[in-house]
Design a protein around this ligand. Structure first.
Ligand code: SF4
Ligand code: SF4
Length: 497
């Protein structure tokens, strides 16, 4: 090591480092009833009913076709949704659906805050279901807390084991239902139970069962707080007119005992904290951990009702109204007059505003394009691929020949025969390998039902024709009545004139 004249200073002693890791404080949400809770139960029943039952819906598509109403058929590269059948080349419909879903989510967030997180997100729905099971078996908040503090006993073991057994059953049903969106539902059930399913089916069944069990049974609010990216940027969709779950501080503060003089409406009962599935205190203001489930609204409304005070100390409220109420109530002492002044200053939230108009415009445009393209969708499409090696062939008689591959995609179950007509300069003719000719000498090509049929076509320019280097040509298919059913353009290449 080279010594220098200057003394090397030892590194400064590190300042006290705050650990970035915090142990999880287990949350024991208390049961609550009220309008929001009822709405959440209804949405939960609809979401779960839809998820578990849809694969069992049947849809008759005729012989040889799957009879499941909603099916992602990976093997045959098809997506079936009732009467709609999406082919791989139409994957843009899925892109359109994803865009609709994303913009719809942005709009819902800008109008009502995190309603997706609080009411319909699968993590919320399944966690709610798991909590319901936990509550049925182990009891409500206090009973569960007490049970966790007790040493292990046979009674505690039985309760815990029963809870996990039911969770695992629900998880298995969830994992199995997911597989049914990709394979015939009755077959999935039969093969899963008789050990006839493929290894990949068992793998995905196990994967989705395990993720449901871990996410809804163990991870719960941690997934929303630490893993989900949505809370990190959903604030960008909120503005001063968005309705978000809010504690009306102007009305609740200063907090204190219900019978104390000169205090606001918050009696510090902690009911709102006890029911919160993420274990936070809404009175601390807008927080990333608040999933907007609104259960604290029900809890507080119940307390207000018992105290014979107006409900709505916690409510879906806009930032604008919160500010207006705070200003109007500032000069009033806590009590009825403050409530009256504060509530009178509120205005009906502005639902139609620049942001929501833009979202609505994009939604309408994407939906319009999708509907339009679906309405104009053809059941028979022709793709022509020019052979590039060689670009053209000079024949011994002086003629020039180009080769093409025709791909005829028939989205109907019925097969068909079509006359191929080439629209090209006089003297340029098409012959189709292995295809019969009609009475006029034109090639007749066959299309199989529900699939792609390929034909090789040779286009020949007669000797002595003076053509440019590149000539546009059109391949047209005619049905038995001579009507054009589809056409595709390409080019015919030859030597430089
Ligand atoms: S439930 Fe209402 S009264 Fe009770 S602590 Fe929460 S805000 Fe205050
Ligand atoms: S603070 Fe209220 S709205 Fe937010 S997560 Fe907790 S209970 Fe739900």
């Amino acid at each position: 090591m080279v010594e220098t004249k200057d003394k090397v200073k030892p590194p400064a002693a590190p300042e006290a480092v705050t650990s970035l890791y915090a142990d999880r404080q287990k949350v024991y949400p208390k049961a609550v009833s009220g309008t929001v809770r009822r709405a959440k139960w209804l949405i939960l029943a609809l979401c779960l009913g839809f998820y578990y039952l849809v694969p069992w819906l049947r849809w008759d598509r005729g012989p040889g076709a799957p009879s499941q109403a909603v099916l992602v058929d990976m093997q045959n590269a098809r997506l079936y949704f009732l009467w709609i059948e999406i082919w791989p080349q139409e994957v843009y419909y899925l892109t359109g659906l994803l865009i609709l879903g994303a913009i719809g989510l942005f709009m819902a967030t800008s109008l009502f805050g995190r309603v997706w997180c609080g009411f319909t997100c699968p993590q919320t729905v399944w966690t709610d279901l798991f909590m319901l099971v936990e509550r049925w078996i182990q009891g409500d908040r206090n009973a569960r807390m007490k049970l966790d503090q007790q040493p292990m006993s046979s009674a505690k073991f039985m309760k815990k084991a029963a809870t996990h057994a039911v969770w695992l059953l629900i998880s298995a049903a969830t994992g199995g239902a997911w597989i049914m969106y990709f394979q015939d539902a009755p077959t999935v059930v039969r093969e899963l139970f008789t050990g006839q399913s493929s290894l990949s089916t068992y793998f995905f069944f196990g994967l989705f069962t395990a993720t449901t069990y871990v996410f809804a049974g163990w991870a719960r609010e941690q997934l929303c707080i630490y893993m989900c990216p949505w809370p990190r940027f959903q604030a960008a969709m909120l503005d001063e007119n968005s309705l978000v779950v809010t504690y009306r501080e102007w009305r609740g503060e200063p907090r204190g005992k219900a019978k104390a003089e000169g205090i606001g409406d918050c009696v510090e009962c902690s009911a709102c904290v006890n029911v919160c599935p993420t274990g936070i205190d809404i009175r601390d203001g807008i927080q990333m951990a608040c999933i907007g489930c609104g259960l604290c609204i029900d809890a507080c409304d119940d307390i207000m009702q018992r105290l014979d005070r107006p409900q709505g100390l916690i409510a879906f409220e806009t930032w604008n109204n919160l500010n207006a109420s705070t200003k109007a109530a500032a000069s009033c002492p806590p009590g009825p007059e403050r409530r009256k002044q504060g509530m009178a200053a509120r205005r009906v939230p502005k639902f139609i505003r620049a942001r929501t108009l833009v979202y609505m415009g994009v939604l309408a445009a994407v939906a319009g394009v999708m509907l339009g393209s679906y309405a104009l969708r053809t059941t028979l499409s022709l793709a022509v691929i020019r052979e590039r090696a060689p670009l053209f062939v000079r024949l011994s008689d002086g003629g020039v020949r180009n080769g093409y591959n025709l791909k005829l995609a028939n989205k109907l179950r019925e097969e068909g025969n079509y006359v191929l007509v080439l629209e090209a300069p006089r003297g340029v003719q098409a012959t189709v390998q292995d295809a019969p000719l009609d009475s006029s000498g034109r090639p007749v090509i066959h299309s199989r039902g529900d699939g792609i049929t390929q034909w090789r076509v040779l286009v020949t320019a007669a000797p002595g024709l003076h053509l440019p280097e590149s000539v546009p040509v059109t391949f047209r298919l005619l049905d038995a009545a001579g009507h054009s059913v589809t056409a595709t353009s390409s080019v015919f290449l030859g030597p430089k004139p």
